[in-house]
Design a binder for this molecule. Structure first.
Ligand code: SAM
Ligand code: SF4
Length: 332
């Protein structure tokens, strides 16, 4: 067996996404049903110590980047301790590239402690600038709290702060230009994401999805863009707004799948290791760990899981079947 996380196609995995919880303070229609989903039993959730041990093993296998996500990662009571412990890990190139994806609701309280614990950058989800739409989309009347969270992220100096919007036809596709203007005015990078079939309600329709190309057209209607291409395995195609330092990203996960360059693996809050968002199999690291496996055995299980990774997510394949876990439980 090789020493790193390498699959059959030669893809080397260096980016680990860790879901800190499956719970959330919002109920985005594309992610969760109104009543939420059956939550993971607390006895199955990894403790901070267990989570950091698995992260350390992954780092010993070449992981250099860790992104914390969920559910809403800031709902985890010990999120600052988790960040502090992970910020202390060292990869082959020194400290890890540690980041967090959040709905920002708790950032006014947590931005400063998270920065002090070693978090350098955040991605914040913001699909609309209109309060009535925010309520419709997330089923919670909390746009003002998200905006306060964005201000808090800027105030404590996270850099970069990226804003992510999922674009949906007839829902928020008329706000693409406004979202870019909002981000540019604050020195933030706006990124647009294609809707993927990962919602618990199974509402995704290929022919209703707003494509990356359409998103780009909408941005171009307001701004002159210069293509910057893609940075290594990063999923976003980047564009500079001509005459400014501002960049806009388009993540075309469906129409411009980047599976051939994917370097991501995932760990769910209940300790299941996944080689793809869309995978149907998971490797049960929690049971191994609680049964007393040593680090070498855990590393072997991670490598075995990666070796089974498929070439692509196959969304466009007629035989595509959505994974049984929703995005909120896998970790987006
Ligand atoms: N709660 C945090 C947040 O919203 O940023 C972190 C978890 S959330 C699952 C991570 C990202 O996944 C968000 O930017 C969200 O828009 C995106 N997401 C959720 N469901 C999606 C779907 N069906 N297709 C594409 N992106 C999705
Ligand atoms: Fe929560 Fe993020 Fe899913 Fe929205 S996208 S329901 S904020 S986990």
């Amino acid at each position: 067996m090789t020493s790193g996380l390498v699959d059959r196609f030669g893809r080397v995995h260096r980016d680990l996404r860790i879901s800190l919880t499956d719970r959330c303070s919002l109920r985005c229609t594309y992610c969760m049903p109104a009543d939420g989903v059956p939550w993971l039993a607390s006895s199955t959730l990894l403790s901070t110590e267990e989570l950091v041990r698995l992260a350390r093993v992954a780092v010993s296998l070449g992981v250099r980047e860790i992104r914390l996500t969920g559910g809403e990662p800031l709902l985890r009571p010990d999120v600052v301790d988790v960040v502090r412990a992970l910020a202390g890990l060292r990869g082959p190139d020194g400290p890890l590239d540690l980041s967090l994806t959040t709905n920002a609701l708790r950032l006014p309280a947590l931005a400063a402690p998270l920065r002090d614990a070693g978090l350098a950058r955040v991605n914040i989800s913001l699909d609309t600038l209109r309060a009535d739409r925010f309520l419709e989309l997330t089923r919670r009347d909390r746009l003002a709290d998200t905006l306060a969270g964005i201000d808090a992220a800027r105030a404590v100096g996270f850099s970069p702060v990226k804003l992510n919007a999922l674009v949906m036809r007839g829902v928020n596709d008329d706000e693409i230009g406004d979202l870019v203007a909002f981000a540019v005015a604050r020195g933030l990078e706006m990124r647009f994401i294609e809707h993927m079939p990962l919602d618990a309600g199974h509402t995704w329709r290929r022919d209703e999805m707003v494509t990356g190309e359409e998103i780009l057209e909408a941005v171009s209607a307001r701004y002159e863009l210069e293509e910057l291409g893609r940075d290594g395995s990063a999923p976003a195609s980047l564009f500079r707004i001509v005459g400014t330092p501002a960049t806009v990203g388009v993540i075309a996960s469906v129409t411009g799948a980047f599976c051939d360059r994917c370097d991501r693996v995932r760990l769910t809050a209940d300790g299941q290791f996944r080689n793809c968002l869309f995978a149907h199999e998971e490797s049960d690291l929690r049971s191994l760990l609680r049964d007393g496996a040593d680090d070498a055995r855990l590393a072997e299980a991670m490598q075995a899981c990666v070796s089974l990774k498929k070439p692509g997510h196959g969304i466009d394949d007629p035989s595509f079947v959505q994974p049984s876990r929703p995005m909120s439980a896998i970790g987006g």
